[in-house]
Write a protein that binds this ligand. Sequence first.
Ligand code: Q46
Length: 310
Amino acid sequence: MPVKCKFCEKPAFIKLHYPRMYLCPEHFTKYFERKVKRTIERYKMLRPDEKILVVISGGKDSAVTAYVLKKLGYRVECLHINLGIGEYSEKGEEYAKKQCEKIGAPLHIVRVKELLGHGIGEVRTRRPTCSYCGLTKRYIFNKFAYDNGFDVVVTGHNLDDEASFIFNNIMNWNTQYLAKQGPVTPSQFNGKLVKKVKPLYEVTEREVVAYALANGIDYEIDECPHARGATTLEWKAILNEMEEKRPGTKINFVKGYLRKKHLFEAELEETELRECKICGMPSSGEVCSFCRFWGLEEPVDFKITGGDTG
Ligand code: Q46
């Protein structure tokens, strides 16, 4: 006899461990959306009138984020950054297009190789690939949002991402990072650093996969070739093992961190920000790390001039 959903006669589709219950696709969908809505309210992430930009990679997390926000009635537009990492990026762009069609949200595309001459992984530098990839993505989505009047940038980070980030940084005692992490990063520097929020902050990766499956959201499953051997995956595996033995480990760990975050904030070394002399965006030095890394002499302008930027 198949196990039934806790709320109806239908067969269960997922067994949740924390709280412990079996749910059918419809009741799981309701449960998931309620949880995201509560997270948004708890951390005061979004207002109904805000213009929202969801950074969509082609993967499950960002697609589910945009889909749920649209369902909850928010004004959503999406940005896909094609990193120029061969077939992985080409597939990512295709998925992002399909996902936005399903979500019913406008999609803007920025292609790193067209914009900066090289894709991620093609630059001759001693800097690790993921380090300058992160720098490039963060700059592009922030500047894109700023240039086009978005109030908030939304990313698809889930509970597993947050727990592994905190775990990694505690193991390495990177107190500066621990002081700045969280579900909401407020707008700073006269709005030039746009507010960033993470609506999937309290849902696990497993729940996101199940939601995508229950709602017919297709996504890229291949991992970026540069992610192989990333320590994040090892931290995630350890946390999954703990969660298996003690359900609730991840959420309790992350909530505990938020309660103790002030201890790390006390150690924060404030860096004075000024305007980059090339692009005018916030920078700790004369030229910001994006313009410096890519050797820019002119600012990159992301203003949408009508329709799709793809
Ligand atoms: S940082 Fe590194 Fe990721 Fe960029 S190079 Fe690939 S693995 S995509 S989240």
